[in-house]
Design a protein around this ligand. Structure first.
Ligand code: 13P
Length: 246
């Protein structure tokens, strides 16, 4: 499995802490049927359900048409870490990706970029592609510090062994997540250009209130290799509209 940048846009759905078994199964089956019905498509789709659902969903018929990811993993391989999940456990269930350093983890679980880097190393060791999230807060952007904050997060979160085959970067401005406020076309253009200068050929996703109505414009922005979608990935029609805008 490789994340090497291609013409195909990477469309990642982060379900966050949403959905019980029946919801997850119904959503996956509907998505898989809709993808099957298309003769060709120009996207790679990754679904990141709650960890409780991954094992069941990856073994559903047709689920090989999408790829699977976890929403976090622990930095250690195993041990006395109650409630945590290792990268190998995700891989064992059929995941090829894991989201790391999401702003909700950085804020709610006080995860530092150093921790994110340790987790990314663990993900790589288990053969997973790490989707490393970065992004500034509203206050940081207003203070004119967005580029510096993102540079610092990139430098401290991405491990030395990162390549385009094992690491994807996701730019998610914190103020755009779940707020309905999308970064402007210019903000996305400028930040993705800035990130490109730091990460070379790693794929760069945009995330933050991506919807069916703004996906085409975001996806055609230079240096946007795909999108990381929260709320809109829970609605099959909306998520497919985003994917097919690619
Ligand atoms: P929303 O698409 O709901 O704004 O969430 C974005 C996000 O956090 C994806 O990881």
């Amino acid at each position: 499995m490789s994340a090497t940048k291609s013409a195909q846009k990477l469309i990642v759905g982060n379900w966050k802490m949403n959905g019980l078994l029946a919801d997850g199964e119904a959503r996956t089956e509907e998505l898989v049927e809709a993808i099957k019905a298309r003769k060709s498509f120009l996207f790679d789709m990754v679904l990141c359900p709650p960890a409780t659902l991954i094992g069941v969903l990856t073994s559903l018929g047709g689920s090989s048409l999408v790829k699977w990811g976890g929403q976090d993993c622990h930095a250690k391989e195993s041990g006395a870490f109650t409630g945590d999940i290792s990268a190998a456990m995700l891989q064992d269930l059929g995941c090829t990706y894991v989201i790391l350093g999401h702003s909700e983890r950085r804020q709610n679980h006080k995860e530092s970029s150093a921790t994110v880097q340790e987790k990314a190393k663990a993900a790589h060791a288990a053969g997973l592609i790490a989707i490393i999230c970065v992004g500034e807060t509203d206050a940081e952007r207003t203070a004119g510090k967005a580029n510096d904050i993102v540079s610092e997060q990139l430098a401290a979160s991405i491990p030395a062994g990162a390549t385009a085959a094992n690491t994807v970067v996701a730019y998610e401005p914190v103020w755009a997540i779940g707020t309905g406020k999308t970064a402007s076309a210019d903000d996305i253009l400028n930040m993705h250009q800035h990130i490109r200068g730091k990460v070379g050929d790693l794929a760069i996703l945009y995330g933050g209130s991506v919807k069916g109505s703004n996906a085409a414009e975001i996806l055609k922005t230079p240096n946007v290799d795909g999108v990381l979608v929260g709320g809109a990935s829970l609605k099959v029609e909306e998520f497919l509209t985003i994917a097919t805008a690619a």
